[in-house]
Design a protein around this ligand. Sequence first.
Ligand SMILES: *Cc1c(COP(=O)(O)O)cnc(C)c1O
Length: 215
Amino acid sequence: MRISEGLTHIQSQLTDKVSLVAVSKTKPVTAIQEAYDAGQRIFGENKAQELAEKFELLPKDIEWHMIGHLQRNKVKYIAPFVALIHGVDSWRLLEEIDKRAKQNNRAIDCLLQLHIAQETTKFGLNESEVAEILGRQATLSNVRIVGLMGMASFTTDEQQVRKEFNNLKKSFDQLQGSYPELQTLSMGMSGDYRIAIEEGSTMVRVGSAIFGSRH
Ligand SMILES: *Cc1c(COP(=O)(O)O)cnc(C)c1O
């Protein structure tokens, strides 16, 4: 399937409340340009250096999102331009993002990653850690926490996936009561974005369903 067809197929399933991050990790700039020419403007990558290289080569009105686990020593590569960092999973990382944002005279939007999957291997914070970070965020002047992100278990059990997304949405709604600036709920990938949207996602991160499988 061509990239533009994949994009159209995904977009036809989104409401105007859900935005699409086209996950272009490992894919060449020609593939991203093709998606751009078809109208897509938000792209996600999971490696800081790859993201910075692609930023240099592609149109400057692209909104670049960092979607994967981010190491503190890599923040500097993306701090000048990144639009949203999805997987923030520690206070120390947030401090580093704040520092690099300051050096670039800007504020950087971030999502806190809540651990929702059964697997213990996936990155993420628990609910009390999220609450603690939200409580301390005022001391960081150049980061804005604008929502939550989560990844469901890697399983074919749809009920399990649905339950995990539902838990994330409940946490999101509850935290929004105290922090109304939390507006973005990033959940859903190629295999589970339909369930994620049904459970209240406002942002899906879709790669292989647009660009084809990664090798
Ligand atoms: C790779 C990746 C995606 C997209 O995965 P697909 O299954 O190809 O849609 C989404 N989110 C994160 C954090 C990823 O690393």
